[in-house]
Design a protein around this ligand. Structure first.
Ligand code: SF4
Ligand code: SF4
Length: 103
């Protein structure tokens, strides 16, 4: 039996060629949405490292939070976040909360 190539699969299958998640939004899969509480973030980078969609951005700048100054902060690009919760699970300070999507 011969199997179809990735490019021959019907629409609806996940196309796996490099760069495809830039074109296909995975936000529609989400029932829970991660929200970063910046005041609890210690800038450990683990959420950025573990996100399977690469959808946590490391933003450079000067950010004053609760009397401290940081040169980086983390932001979620929601268009490509599928709501898996890995970031919240890995965050050592529980700075990421999974909240229900608005209906
Ligand atoms: S919920 Fe999953 S896909 Fe969304 S930012 Fe966190 S780790 Fe990435
Ligand atoms: S894992 Fe948590 S503490 Fe670490 S950078 Fe991400 S939000 Fe901040």
């Amino acid at each position: 039996m011969s199997l179809p190539k990735a490019t021959e699969l019907p629409i609806g299958a996940v196309v796996t060629e490099p760069g495809s998640t830039r074109r296909y939004s995975t936000a529609g899969w989400r029932t829970l949405k991660p929200v970063i509480h910046d005041d609890r973030c210690v800038r450990c980078q683990l959420c950025w490292l573990y996100c399977p969609e690469g959808t946590i951005a490391e933003v450079r700048g000067v950010f004053k939070v609760g009397g401290k100054t940081y040169d980086v902060k983390y932001e979620i690009i929601y268009d490509h976040c599928k709501g898996c919760g890995i970031c919240a699970n890995e965050c050592p300070t529980k700075a990421i909360e999974m909240v229900p999507e608005a209906p």
